[in-house]
Design a binder for this molecule. Structure first.
Ligand SMILES: [Mg+2]
Length: 390
């Protein structure tokens, strides 16, 4: 089998969106004084879809969610020439070829995210070629089904947050993640409001449900050190991305500070990035996203590394590229699940672009043993809501 063509297209949402309200989630821009753009960096309303065509007629599908127009350029100009004419089963060689030839500028960030998309499409192709789901090529089924946690609960009116949390309980979820609305510049009042929101959600979900807390890099080390001890009583399963991704020593310090496990990694890249996080004991939960970290080839290696360090891997985002890895390793106890809803942040765009993601039942999702590849197809129902750039 030979790769004959790579087609990268950008899907930009032009349909209806829900405007996020102030303080709906802390984020890295919060440290700056307000010029009215804080929420803008928190929206991802475009996606790059990669299709790899072969001389057999099989087509592999991959995707990358970051900076989609740039990702397309990187794939078209730099990556496609490296893989066209090659055998997709030489995936390690192809990964190294893409990684090493873009090494001067591509190691982290959008260069690696673009490589991820091509790599994911290669794995989809391999599965389709042997008529097996991708997870069967990675280690197979290690769990009967995958427990998943409902991940939304953006900060809003507390009664509304409680209603949303109750909804997840009614659907059978045994774990939920909520977002903080306030950070350092909101002072003691913001600290109180953060604590009140956690108390409100805990009140609804009780003590037998896991509660995850998300900062999305909206705090700094000093603020996190002050608030973490106050959060211990709520017994969170983890506290996610308290500081920016580059402050690895900050993660390490916070991870030793209290009983609350610190998680992160959705803005880290490749085996080397995660070795660094693990060596420094910076995170107690690894949260790479396969469509950023270096694709399935890189994520599979990180799973093995995490197993040796006894650190669980719970990838950022649900979505097929992550589910197959979670299914196939004991290092991954569960998956994140973004509830399907109107377009707001952009995470949910996945469901408007792709068809085939499994829906959770009673807090679990399952993968089909007989669906080859990733099991995804391009969704056609919402094409009129996208501006598609060829
Ligand atoms: Mg996160």
């Amino acid at each position: 089998m030979k790769i004959t063509n790579i087609r990268a297209r950008v899907y930009e949402w032009k349909g209806k969106t829900v405007a996020p309200q102030p303080h709906f989630c802390s984020n890295a821009m919060d440290q700056l004084y307000d010029r009215g753009d804080s929420m803008g960096t928190f929206r991802f309303h475009g996606w790059t879809v990669v299709e790899i065509e072969t001389d057999t007629g099989l087509v592999g599908i991959g995707n990358v969610a970051l900076a989609p127009r740039i990702a397309k350029q990187i794939i078209d100009l730099y990556l496609a020439p490296l893989v066209i004419g090659q055998d997709p089963f030489d995936y390690e060689y192809l990964w190294q070829r893409m990684y090493r030839s873009t090494h001067t500028w591509g190691r982290k960030g959008i260069g690696m995210a673009a490589i991820s998309a091509v790599d994911i499409a290669i794995w989809d192709l391999m599965g389709k070629a042997v008529n097996k789901p991708v997870f069967k090529l990675l280690g197979g089924r290690t769990k009967e089904k995958i427990p998943c946690y409902a991940s939304k609960l953006y900060h809003t009116d507390l009664a509304e947050m409680q209603r949303e949390a109750q909804g997840y309980m009614d659907q059978g979820f045994k774990a939920v993640k909520m977002r903080f609305g306030y950070g350092p510049k909101d002072g003691p009042e913001g600290v109180r409001k953060n604590l009140d929101s956690v108390a409100a959600v805990r009140e609804v979900i009780g003590t037998d449900t896991d509660l995850m807390l998300e900062c999305y890099m909206g705090w700094n080390l000093e603020y996190a050190k002050r608030i973490l001890p106050k959060l211990e009583k709520f017994e969170p399963r983890w506290l996610e991305e308290p500081v920016i991704a580059d402050d690895i020593d900050g993660y390490a310090e916070l991870n030793q500070l209290t009983s609350i496990p610190i998680s992160g990694g959705e803005h880290e890249f490749t085996l080397y990035g995660f070795k660094q996080l693990l060596d420094k004991k910076a995170v107690s939960v690894i949260q790479y996203d396969t469509n950023r970290v270096g694709g399935i080839t890189a994520a599979h290696k990180i799973n093995a590394l995490a197993e040796a360090y006894s650190v669980p891997v719970i990838p950022h985002a649900g979505q097929m590229h992550n589910y197959h890895l979670t299914m196939s390793t004991l290092a991954s106890p569960m998956s994140e699940f973004f509830p399907v809803h109107d377009v707001e942040i952009g995470n949910e765009l996945f469901y408007y672009i792709f068809a085939g993601d499994p829906a959770p039942e009673n807090g679990f999702i399952d993968l089909d043993d007989n669906k080859p590849g990733l099991g995804l197809a391009l969704e056609t129902r919402y094409l009129n809501d996208f501006n598609i750039i060829e």
